[in-house]
Design a protein around this ligand. Structure first.
Ligand SMILES: [Mg+2]
Length: 410
């Protein structure tokens, strides 16, 4: 039987902002940009949430709901710094840590009793250590599975610890709403509601066969989850072994829709560079690239291309993406959002090609050098040409729904 902790920082971005400016405390604060801008809310303080504001909501909507809220651009590099501090504390308690996103992590604490005491005591020590190192509040859920620990940390908010004693998982889950299950979004929630399933208890009583017929594999996973098991996709993997995303993507929403060819291309180059940096951090090569194009008025298309040989070199992906863009962008049509997505990973480099082998190794050497600088000084510091005009403000959510590292496979 395992002992799994889920650690979730409380209102992370906003709390870091409060460290910078304590006068923000207790006020409705929104991180993500100005209330008149087109982007979305990255994070909202508890005070702001009382007005119904939540992350991923358009900034303008947030502004309508709470005109007197304080809107901040945010300090991504600082959030990253604090996130790293948290991770360092976690790793001093157990070597098996998965940072699921910038502000949450899973830890396998199985067998750590001798060092840190029984689970609840260990959690209190950990909680204290996080506060001591960061001055930030966090919540910790403890159970025998990732799933239950994640739900528990949410129920433990704010600044709390909740331990679901082994054997009581299903009972504890029973009265909770199905949307508490990670991965159950609005769509699944609605589908379940149409067949009268509102609570996890209702779900647990359904026949697995029925769920399989109705929802396919996701239905089977749901059946397991309702029992408090780490069923399905990403939740099945071992903590510490799964730093491997299945795909990596970055997107950019323009503040104003644009049809400026140069700007669009430069932005794509920049997105490719970010995606490829992360790909190399994981030691992967990607075989498929995908372009996402959202036009003025929200019509969205995605176009994918297989590269033949898997690659970890920016050049290859940039070439493919720009090609996709050129063939799919109706000239002059205004674009609202661009996205670059790579998938189908291998962790092995392909055989060096006779044609491009030498150029490839030069590229790799150059990329290695820039990656190092980026690690040291941050993503925004260095671009390999082309991307300069695409410099823009990054929009990252505390719990980025698209983050492949976080998202459980359905
Ligand atoms: Mg959080």
């Amino acid at each position: 039987m395992k002992t799994i902790f889920h650690i979730d920082m409380d209102a992370f971005f906003v709390s870091v902002e409060e460290l910078l400016d304590p006068s923000l405390k207790g006020k409705p604060v929104i991180v993500g940009g100005k209330g008149t801008e087109r982007g979305v809310v990255s994070a909202a303080s508890y005070e702001a949430r009382k007005y119904g504001i939540h992350s991923a909501m358009p900034l303008r909507t947030a502004h309508q709901l709470c005109p007197h809220a304080i809107f901040l651009d945010g300090h991504m590099h600082l959030y990253k710094e604090y996130s790293d501090k948290v991770e360092t504390v976690l790793r001093s308690f157990s070597p098996l840590v998965d940072m699921a996103s910038i502000d949450e992590a899973y830890m396998d604490m199985t067998g750590c009793e001798r060092l840190w005491g029984p689970p609840l005591q260990a959690a209190h020590r950990l909680h204290e250590a996080i506060t001591a190192k960061t001055n930030l509040n966090s919540s910790i859920g403890i159970s025998t599975s990732r799933l239950v620990s994640k739900i528990a940390s949410d129920q433990a908010k704010r600044n709390g610890i909740l331990w679901i004693v082994p054997g009581t998982e299903a009972n504890w889950l029973a009265p909770l709403e199905v949307k508490r299950i990670p991965g159950v979004g609005k769509v699944t929630e609605k589908q379940l509601a149409t067949i009268g399933i509102k609570r996890i208890r209702d779900l647990a009583q359904l026949d697995e066969r029925f769920l399989l017929d109705r929802f396919g594999k996701w239905g089977l996973a749901l059946a397991g989850k309702a029992q408090g098991k780490d069923a399905g996709g990403w939740f099945d993997s071992e903590i510490g072994s799964n730093d491997d995303p299945k795909s990596i993507s970055h997107e950019h929403t323009f503040t104003e829709d644009t049809a400026d060819y140069k700007q669009l291309r430069a932005t794509l180059v920049r997105l490719c560079e970010k995606v490829m940096k992360r790909l190399r951090d994981h030691g992967f090569h990607a075989r498929t690239v995908q372009l996402k194009l959202r036009f003025e008025g929200f019509e969205t298309i995605t176009r994918a291309k297989s590269l033949g040989d898997p690659t970890d070199i920016d050049r290859d992906v940039i070439e493919a993406i720009l090609n996709l863009f050129d063939t799919n962008w109706p000239k002059g049509r205004k674009v609202r959002l661009l996205g670059v997505h790579v998938s189908q990973f291998t962790d092995q480099a392909p055989q060096p090609s006779l044609l491009t082998g030498e150029a490839d190794s030069k590229w790799r050497a150059a990329l290695k050098a820039t990656d190092k600088l980026k690690d040291k000084y941050g993503e925004g510091t260095l671009h390999l040409g082309g991307a300069l005009k695409g410099v823009y403000k990054d929009r990252v959510h505390e719990a980025a729904p698209k983050d492949p590292i976080k998202k459980p496979n359905q």
